[in-house]
Design a protein around this ligand. Structure first.
Ligand code: SF4
Length: 457
């Protein structure tokens, strides 16, 4: 891996972290906590950090988060905790993300926290997918006495954390460290295992799992219907980022990344994935990278800080602009050019690659091989509010992007925490029912069962 992919943001030193923590006012009604989607007890762990009690700070963070080193790096702090800090009004908010990152990194490096692993006697849960939602569910359930097994189709766990977010924002070693902590809670991970192909959800139930969680995300990119869009020079951002990640980890050579040195690249869309793709293309060696967005800078969904960094690194932006056609020779891997409409005027640009980052939808793999899981018209899985997150198939739960609820890593984690509660309620209830049905035989009456309530869209 080249230095281009090194993490861009510096960490605090120990004295810097303590000094920053000591600025916190420990507010009685803390805006920071209110702004955090998982209600992290921010003032409490900052107070422990200010006194140098790193282990206590870590323990408080772990009460709400299984992935603090990740959240400390990739959360939208400016819109959440830091944006709601009382000191933000003076432009002096506490750097909560950087402090969280410091606590998590310091704890891992010093090996301070050793959690007691509870006995796994409350039931067995299968988790399909090891992205932020799957890891959160696994950690929460393992801490509460459930035997959890994760089934992951890739050769490494982490989902979008490992294969979607670039190294310079979230180093793979950090993700591996966070996953190791979850494994240490007694969670088993099966790699290279695609549920919906070699194994089905029914197979998992037949193996004795009490509940199954689908956290399979949205792996099918959306497409634009414009001339030339199927040319091989048009790439999907999530697949481009995955290839770069495979290259960074030594699984594929640089030439297999496709986008290469000296290329002129256009990225369509302006969310965080688009910015990640643009900045990554520059790091791979692209000569020019331009983001094309049909709205204005104030309407982009990307974080302002990510946008500012992209501008500083040399990424260009075309606002109020839409790509209208793509040109390239048949059989070539590169394009020759593209047409872009900007406020009614069409301009031709020479281009080698277009990277599409206009959203993605769930894959139908599991739903199509499992009876009884209803989806909406766009393919998102429908779930109930009671128990939270259960699909129309009893015992099968879903959360994260596959349900069309969360938008960011921390929102996926928030949703997953609620689903974990739903799974606990369900498994406790069915085990109790099984016990009742087994110990009080009533031959004239049917056995009691649990069924989901009407799903919410
Ligand atoms: Fe500290 Fe800001 Fe939270 Fe107040 S709002 S407790 S100052 S981080």
């Amino acid at each position: 891996m080249t230095d281009n992919f090194k993490e861009v943001n510096e960490s605090y030193t120990l004295p810097e972290a303590i000094r920053e923590a000591q600025r916190c006012l420990h507010c009685k009604v803390p805006g920071c906590k209110k702004g955090c989607p998982i209600s992290n007890d921010i003032p409490d762990w900052i107070a422990e950090l200010a006194k140098g009690n790193f282990g206590n700070a870590m323990a408080i963070i772990h009460n709400r988060s299984n992935l603090p080193a990740v959240c400390g790096r990739v959360c939208a702090h400016e819109r959440q905790c830091e944006g709601n800090c009382v000191l933000a009004k003076k432009g002096q908010h506490i750097n909560i993300g950087k402090l969280e990152r410091f606590v998590a990194d310091f704890d891992s490096q010093a090996g301070i926290t050793h959690e007691a692993i509870p006995e796994k006697n409350r039931g067995r849960v299968a988790v399909i997918g090891s992205g932020p939602a799957g890891l959160t569910i696994a950690g929460d359930l393992a801490r509460r006495g459930f035997a959890v097994e994760i089934f992951e189709m890739e050769n490494e766990p982490g989902g979008v954390l490992m294969f979607g977010i670039p190294e310079y924002r979230l180093p793979k070693e950090v993700v591996r460290r966070e996953i190791a902590k979850i494994v240490n809670l007694g969670v088993n991970i099966h790699l290279n295992t695609t549920i919906g192909e070699s194994h089905t959800v029914d197979d998992l139930f037949a193996q004795g799992f009490d509940a199954i969680f689908m956290g399979t995300g949205t792996g099918v990119p959306k497409r634009l219907n414009i001339p030339g869009i199927n040319h091989p020079g048009v790439r999907q951002a999530i697949r481009f980022l995955r290839r770069v990640s495979l290259y960074e980890n030594g699984y594929i050579p640089l030439q297999d990344v496709i986008v290469g040195k000296g290329d002129r690249v256009f990225v369509v869309g302006c969310g965080n994935t688009a910015i990640d793709a643009a900045r990554t293309a520059l790091r791979i060696g692209a000569k020019e990278v331009t983001v094309v967005y049909h709205r204005t800078v104030n309407e982009m969904s990307a974080l302002r800080a990510e946008y500012d960094d992209a501008v500083a690194e040399g990424v260009k932006f075309l606002w109020n602009s839409s790509i209208t056609s793509v040109q390239g020779q048949e059989g070539a891997t590169k394009l020759t050019g593209i047409d872009i409409d900007t406020e009614g005027t069409t301009t031709h640009y020479p281009a080698d690659h277009v990277i599409m980052a206009v959203g993605s939808a769930p894959a139908a793999r599991i739903v199509s091989t499992t009876g009884g899981i209803d989806v909406d018209e766009k393919g998102y899985v429908l779930t109930t509010d009671t128990p939270y997150g259960m699909t129309t198939r009893p015992g099968v739960f879903a959360g994260g992007d596959v349900t069309n609820r969360p938008a960011t890593v921390v929102h996926a984690m928030h949703d997953a925490k609620l689903v974990a509660e739903g799974i606990m309620q369900y498994v406790d209830a069915i085990r109790l029912l099984r016990h009742i049905n087994a110990t009080t035989p009533t031959p004239d009456e049917p056995a009691m069962t649990l069924a989901p309530r009407v799903p919410s869209a």
